[in-house]
Ligand binder design. Structure first.
Ligand SMILES: [Zn+2]
Length: 92
Protein backbone atom coordinates (compact mmCIF):
# COMPACT_ATOMS: atom_id res chain seq x y z
CA UNK A 1 0.00 0.00 0.00
CA UNK A 2 1.43 3.35 -1.00
CA UNK A 3 1.15 6.09 1.59
CA UNK A 4 0.85 9.01 -0.74
CA UNK A 5 -1.87 11.12 0.85
CA UNK A 6 -1.49 13.94 3.32
CA UNK A 7 -4.57 15.67 4.71
CA UNK A 8 -4.42 19.32 5.68
CA UNK A 9 -6.87 20.79 8.18
CA UNK A 10 -8.93 23.67 6.86
CA UNK A 11 -9.26 25.30 10.29
CA UNK A 12 -5.70 25.23 11.65
CA UNK A 13 -2.18 24.32 10.52
CA UNK A 14 -2.61 20.65 11.31
CA UNK A 15 -1.67 18.09 8.69
CA UNK A 16 -1.43 14.33 8.82
CA UNK A 17 1.69 12.42 7.93
CA UNK A 18 1.87 10.56 4.62
CA UNK A 19 -0.81 7.88 4.82
CA UNK A 20 -3.07 5.89 2.59
CA UNK A 21 -6.19 7.72 1.44
CA UNK A 22 -8.47 6.00 3.98
CA UNK A 23 -5.99 6.28 6.87
CA UNK A 24 -5.53 9.98 6.17
CA UNK A 25 -9.26 10.61 6.02
CA UNK A 26 -9.68 8.73 9.31
CA UNK A 27 -6.98 10.75 10.99
CA UNK A 28 -8.41 14.02 9.73
CA UNK A 29 -11.88 13.03 10.94
CA UNK A 30 -10.41 12.32 14.37
CA UNK A 31 -8.56 15.65 14.35
CA UNK A 32 -11.76 17.53 13.54
CA UNK A 33 -13.65 15.65 16.27
CA UNK A 34 -10.97 16.59 18.82
CA UNK A 35 -10.02 20.11 17.77
CA UNK A 36 -12.95 21.45 15.81
CA UNK A 37 -16.04 19.71 17.13
CA UNK A 38 -19.19 20.51 15.20
CA UNK A 39 -17.31 21.61 12.10
CA UNK A 40 -17.59 19.59 8.92
CA UNK A 41 -14.13 18.19 8.01
CA UNK A 42 -12.62 20.26 5.23
CA UNK A 43 -9.17 21.36 4.21
CA UNK A 44 -7.37 19.74 1.36
CA UNK A 45 -5.59 16.57 0.37
CA UNK A 46 -2.02 16.61 -0.86
CA UNK A 47 -1.06 13.78 -3.17
CA UNK A 48 2.58 12.80 -3.38
CA UNK A 49 3.80 12.52 -6.94
CA UNK A 50 6.73 10.70 -8.45
CA UNK A 51 6.42 7.73 -6.13
CA UNK A 52 8.05 5.55 -8.80
CA UNK A 53 11.02 4.83 -6.59
CA UNK A 54 12.07 1.93 -8.82
CA UNK A 55 12.90 4.19 -11.72
CA UNK A 56 14.88 6.56 -9.52
CA UNK A 57 16.86 3.65 -8.18
CA UNK A 58 17.58 2.44 -11.71
CA UNK A 59 18.85 5.89 -12.67
CA UNK A 60 21.13 5.89 -9.63
CA UNK A 61 22.56 2.50 -10.56
CA UNK A 62 23.11 3.72 -14.12
CA UNK A 63 24.91 6.80 -12.84
CA UNK A 64 27.08 4.68 -10.55
CA UNK A 65 27.95 2.44 -13.48
CA UNK A 66 28.96 5.46 -15.56
CA UNK A 67 31.18 6.76 -12.74
CA UNK A 68 32.84 3.36 -12.41
CA UNK A 69 33.33 3.19 -16.17
CA UNK A 70 34.85 6.65 -16.13
CA UNK A 71 37.15 5.71 -13.24
CA UNK A 72 38.26 2.55 -15.05
CA UNK A 73 38.96 4.52 -18.23
CA UNK A 74 40.89 7.07 -16.23
CA UNK A 75 43.03 4.37 -14.63
CA UNK A 76 43.72 2.82 -18.02
CA UNK A 77 45.05 6.06 -19.43
CA UNK A 78 47.17 6.54 -16.32
CA UNK A 79 48.75 3.09 -16.59
CA UNK A 80 49.38 3.56 -20.30
CA UNK A 81 51.24 6.72 -19.41
CA UNK A 82 53.36 4.78 -16.92
CA UNK A 83 55.75 3.06 -19.40
CA UNK A 84 57.40 6.40 -20.09
CA UNK A 85 59.96 6.10 -17.23
CA UNK A 86 60.94 2.58 -18.33
CA UNK A 87 61.47 3.92 -21.83
CA UNK A 88 63.93 6.52 -20.58
CA UNK A 89 65.60 3.85 -18.40
CA UNK A 90 66.04 1.65 -21.44
CA UNK A 91 67.52 4.54 -23.34
CA UNK A 92 70.28 4.96 -20.78
ZN1 LIG B 1 -7.40 21.66 12.73
Amino acid sequence: MAANYRYWCGECHYRTSWLTESQGADQQDRHYAERHPGIEPGGRVEVRRGSGGGLGCLALVGLLFLVLLLAATCQDSQSSGAPAPTATYRAL
